[in-house]
Structure formats: C-alpha cells, structure tokens
Ligand binder design. Sequence first.
Ligand SMILES: Nc1ncnc2c1ncn2[C@@H]1O[C@H](COP(=O)(O)OP(=O)(O)OP(=O)(O)O)[C@@H](O)[C@H]1O
Ligand SMILES: [Mg+2]
Length: 248
Amino acid sequence: MPAGIHIKNLTFSYAPDKPVLNNVSLDINPGEKLGIIGPSGAGKSTLLLHLNGILTGSGVVRIGETVVGKKSLSEIRRKVGLVFQNPDDQLFNPTVEEDIAFGPLNFGLSIEETDRKVQDTLRAMNLEGFEKYESHHLSMGERKRVALATVLAINPEVIAFDEPFSSLDPAMVLQLITLINGLEATLVIVSQSILPLISCCERIAVINKGELVAVGPRDEIIKDRELMRSSGMDLSFYTKICREYFTE
Ligand SMILES: Nc1ncnc2c1ncn2[C@@H]1O[C@H](COP(=O)(O)OP(=O)(O)OP(=O)(O)O)[C@@H](O)[C@H]1O
Ligand SMILES: [Mg+2]
C-alpha cells in the first residue's frame, strides 16, 4: 500500500501576520484520490508545496509515518512527486529526455531502466519524438505534459498534481484522466477544471481563504450548491451550455 497523508493544524504565512493557510487539518488515506478545489488565491498550491517540504509551516505534515521536515527531506522527495502548477518551475534540463531521465537516474535506476522509463512516460503523455527538443521551446500544453512525465517517471508513492489539466486539449485531458484512474499511488489533485477532477476523485476538499471549509464524498460536495457558490465554484452555467450543445 502507498503511504497516506496526515496534515494537522497546518498554518503558514509568506508575510508576517497574513496567514495563507490557517489551521488546516486533513487526512488522505493510502491509495486514495483526493481532489482539492477552491477559488484562485485560496492557498491550494501553497498547501501542496508543504507535502514534499518545499514549504514548512507550523503544525504537522506526515507522509505515512515520516514527518515532513529538514531531516526527512531526501526520504520525502523520494516518496512524494509534485507536478508544479507552472511547468517552468519543473523543467531545468536542456532537453525533454534529460528532464525526464533526471529523477530516475538520481534515484539509482540504471541507464537501460531509465531509458525505458523515459520512453514509457513519453508515450503516456503523447510526446514520442520530442526526446531531443528543448523544453523551453515547447508550447505550454507540451511543457505541461513533460512536467507530468518527469514525475510519472519516478513512480512515487504519493503524487500531488497542481492543475494537471490546464493547457491540455480535450483528448489529452481524457487520456490523463484514464492514466490517473489507473495509478495506485496516493493522489492529491488540485484543479480548477472541476469536471475532469470529478472524474478522478472519490473525495473532494474545498479550501477558501486558507481554510478547509469542507471535505467529503464528491457527490455531497459537488451537489451542495450553496457550498459551491459561497466558495466561488458555481458551475451552473456549464449545465446550460451542456444542454444546448452536448445533449444526444
Ligand atoms: N511566494 C509567495 N510570496 C508571497 N505571497 C504568495 C507567494 N505565493 C503565493 N502567495 C499568495 O498566497 C496566496 C495563496 O496562493 P496560492 O498560489 O497558494 O493560491 P491558489 O489557491 O493555488 O490559487 P490559483 O487557483 O490561482 O492557483 C495568494 O494570495 C498569493 O498571492
Ligand atoms: Mg495554485
């Protein structure tokens, strides 16, 4: 079983006296796929950055039995893969192939195993043929897919996806949903693309102004119109568009 995640009373500020996360407590079960939604600026990315120790606030974050902190950083980085919201924060090697190979080589895989991982993840992300391309020359959607590939290549126990569906075309969104649904890792997915998120996550947490305002089964959360509206997540305009254009 992959590790679960335990977050207890997490509070964090970038600037003094302006908490961006306020006393957040949340448990994510081993192998669960948890979605996190909330308006822009709510603190979702900030929360994800605590899962692999890029940020450390007050309170406790545990991955399995390991408390995230300075001493455990190398163990945590092995266990937790984070796909950044902005792919340019993820990609730093000259070519796509080197960016994807970096993690597996660093974690001790042989050249042959690494090559296989690179090919497998390139295929999964529809990036065959992009091996020698320079990452910074790629389109945003292509860079996003390379960023996803760099994390999938290391097969982490826990994966935190920050806006994985952004900039992807609809066919790729569907391919990624299928891939995510087949993963056995513990997943935390932050996304403003609520429809794909609903397709992946059994349980959904809502964050608003740095506070966890609700967490529960997706049916309960998404159908709670008042909760969705008060969290800036009113989706009712989609219903009208779908009825007009997508009914059989
Ligand atoms: N490095 C930083 N320094 C100072 N303030 C920051 C920093 N990063 C984020 N913030 C602020 O913290 C708050 C939460 O930001 P965060 O990126 O976590 O929001 P988010 O919920 O991920 O939003 P979005 O949906 O737009 O990605 C915002 O008000 C943001 O301006
Ligand atoms: Mg964000």
